[in-house]
Design a binder for this molecule. Structure first.
Ligand SMILES: [Zn+2]
Length: 305
């Protein structure tokens, strides 16, 4: 049986490679970071850029600099009220030419790249002991007008890829070197107990916020405060959607980039009245450090969400 499975995988891979070779003839694919034309077996990044991705390795530690930054934001807003420590992880640092990875998803509609890097993030989270009890994944929502004009929500693309990565890690953890987990491509072999569900419908952005470019940390926090809410129809339903929030143990909020944590905090604050779950966060990229007064240096090319 396994022999047949291997043969089927071989045929599928061969067909995919041939199709890609044909497509590359007409439309060469560039590396997202350096722009060099990709080889047949390279995906989104050339081998040399793939070797230098500034991974954060946050997922290896429950307490890490990003989690400390986000918990500092929580403390600033919520004072001494007792609460679960929020875990946090970003896949990579938002720096240098690697900023093109989140930007490709957000501004250039490269959904395939979003799914690819969302899967890499999800595999890492699924391999971390402190993320094993996640039962709910909620992407940071866009206002419906922005979602309509963009055609998709970048955070939702990532959140779905993360949820899928958890699911496949809980059904069968691929053996290193197998076809599902080729050596040299992604060395993380996740094994997860949890199969979280992705629920973009549990949170809406009720108010369109000003562009975040050139705002100070405080202005940004004020700008997004109360922009999010659990939709009325969920609050008024007595059955499943509301109880999903009430019975959740560990919720994971997903966004594309962590800058000051203001947007993720606003989502956290909107969910908190309806759940006592631990609420953690994960993003594709994170700006390094803790900007004190102005974040414009780090986000000069950022448009609003
Ligand atoms: Zn490259």
């Amino acid at each position: 049986m396994n022999r047949w499975k291997d043969l089927l995988y071989e045929w599928r891979d061969e067909l995919l490679l041939r199709a890609r070779a044909l497509a590359d003839l007409f439309m060469p694919r560039p590396c997202l970071v350096c722009g060099r034309t990709l080889g047949l077996r390279e995906q989104h990044l050339c081998l040399s850029c793939a070797a230098d991705v500034p991974y954060t390795r946050h997922w290896l530690q429950a307490h890490n600099p990003l989690a400390d930054r986000f918990n500092a934001v929580l403390e600033r807003h919520r004072g001494t009220e007792p609460m679960d420590y929020a875990y946090a992880a970003a896949l990579l640092y938002y720096k240098g030419a690697y900023r093109e990875i989140p930007r490709a998803l957000k501004y250039h509609a490269d959904l395939a790249a979003g799914r690819h890097f969302g899967t890499l993030l999800g595999r890492r989270l699924a391999s971390a002991p402190h993320f094993q009890d996640i039962d709910l994944i909620i992407p940071v929502p866009l206002h419906w007008t922005r979602r309509w004009s963009r055609g998709y929500n970048q955070a939702e693309i990532l959140a779905q890829a993360v949820a899928d990565a958890f699911s496949s890690a809980s059904t069968s953890a691929p053996v290193p070197g197998s076809r599902e987990n080729p050596v040299g491509q992604d060395p993380i072999v996740p094994q997860s107990q949890s199969k979280p569900t992705c629920r973009p419908d549990l949170l809406v952005r009720a108010r369109r916020t000003r562009t975040q470019t050139r705002l100070t940390v405080e202005q940004k926090a004020r700008n997004v405060a109360s922009a999010f809410q659990v939709p009325e129809r969920i609050l008024h339903s007595q059955e499943s959607p509301r109880s999903v929030l009430a019975s959740a143990r560990h919720i994971l909020l997903i966004d594309d980039t962590f800058t000051t944590g203001a947007t993720l905090y606003a989502c956290y604050a909107a969910l908190r009245p309806y759940t006592s779950a631990r609420i953690s966060i994960a993003t594709l990229a994170a700006v390094e450090g803790t900007p004190k007064t102005s974040i414009t240096f780090a986000t000069e090319t950022f448009k609003s969400n």
